[in-house]
Design a protein around this ligand. Sequence first.
Ligand code: ADP
Length: 606
Amino acid sequence: MKALWGAYAALLTAVFLVSVAAGWTTLGLQFDNDVYDFLFRASNPPAGAPSSVLLGIDEETLRQTRGGVTAIRGILAKGAGRLAEAKPAAVVVDIILADKHDDEADAALAAALAKLPNLVLSTDITRQGWEDPIPVLRATAAAIGHVHPIPDPYDNVVRKISLERIAGGQRRFALALEAYRLASGGAITESPSTLEVGPVSIHAPRETWRPLWIRYRPPDSPVPHVGFAELARDPAAAAKLAGKVVFIGVTAQSATQDRHMTPYSFGQTMAGVEINANAYETLAGGRFIQPVRPSVELASCFVLAAAAGAIFALTSGWAAWLLAGLVLIFVHAAPAIAWSQGWILPYAPLLSAAWLSIVAAASFQHFVVRRNLVRSEAEKDRYQRAIHFVAHEMKTPLTAIQGSSELMGRYKLTEEKRAEMARMINSESKRLGSLIRTFLDVERLSEGQIEMKREPFEAREVVETSMARAAPLAERKGIELRAAGIEPALLRGDRELLEYAVYNLVNNAIKYSPSDTAVTVSAAPEAGRYRISVADQGIGMDEKELKNIFRKFYRTKRAEATGEAGTGIGLSIVDQIVMLHGGRMDVASEPGKGSRFTIALPLSEK
Ligand code: ADP
């Protein structure tokens, strides 16, 4: 039973490990991505009023500008004046200004940018390091922030940004973070696992590049957008920018490479600048989402496997299924519940931990434990039959003893008759005694209570005595009992027990053979062992029966059909005796052809 529980625990541990591993497969990670996006769309809490505005170089602006995309700096220089008048809280330029144009134009742009309050310019990672703005422009900015997005390696969706990046040995904070720092007037305070800026504290461990999961504003209430052309044309547009953090970038669908997928996109892409504005909104609104720690994930999987194990070990039937069902419902709902609290709970490992462990635990209980139960029921049944048999066997000598003693007491009998009856009483009570002894011996031996002697003795004598004891039965059944070379050898152990064992084998061979056949006994030392073999030409056994004959109270159907009395305990005790002597027993048998039982015992040194 202990081994069974060990196997059960091992199985559930394996399930636990497999489900944790499943969470790290590509399939598991992508599955979790899809669940993330689904939850995003299904249950994003309403966002408050936006605190940023996009000032976009949009289709309209580009249409009105000669030179198209190359004229971006001109648009910027021209628009900056109007923007400065609108009095934004901060301005973020999500355009890389790293290359020199002509000095005049650069100076004009610098002069325009200098008017903007809390200006953040952008930089990106190249192979050489940061692609910072040229010095004249750099001088106008209050900060430089990086625009490096992190598209998911599996599906290219941008779900997070790094708040911090290092390139060429230099660190840059994210554009959105720098903008938030300036707008909130705070400073950035760092610890290995958190960043504090203004009123917010963000859990963003340094070892994973301080990730910030972007809480995108829902499609029906996006970050407001004003085009440069609109700003020039419509004085009312400037009012939308007042007091806001303005993100400037290319928003025209046709003009930019810098577009990415988001959890909302459904194949539509979002301009990089809008993604950065959304990151800013996440910071400004304090609307953080973050994954649970790996230790929480591991513990959850472990608890699920343990719960499934406990459910099927402690309960059964509909109660077990009901509980398992509840666990499954909980697991399926857990990521949504966690999400509503701002936590990302990985779905794949939890789901596989719950399902796999429930299936494994239920199957184990059904196939292994239940089967063992059935087996032990069968054993009990056989035990009862054996008790019946023993009781029945006892009746015969008891009746004889009772009858004889009664006769002796009641009638005057001749001396000769008296002596005969006394002899009968004596022999019947001995039979009774030996029957009881055998039965008790088996129990005691199997519980390890019997004391075994360790004396040297002659093996041949044991075999010959056993054969002699069985000879009358063989004669009665018309079976030839053959000795085929019984050789001498010295063994060590309990002579009586061994005699019992050999006698049992010979006795069985005779019992389970028809008349006019032969039982052949051979015994000889061979390769350091003394091999005693008993072969018959009797009913034999098939392979399935062979596996069971050493179990207590087991009898084959074939044996029962012969009408020979038996308890099914003889062989189990023979097996124990052989084992106690450090020996081995082998059986070869074929139904209808016969059987050969072989005992191999270690030879005594001297
Ligand atoms: P039993 O009292 O029934 O003989 P055993 O423990 O000695 O009990 O044997 C167990 C069972 O093994 C028997 O009931 C019989 O089915 C089978 N068996 C033992 N010896 C032989 C044999 N020589 N030939 C065929 N079947 C045997």
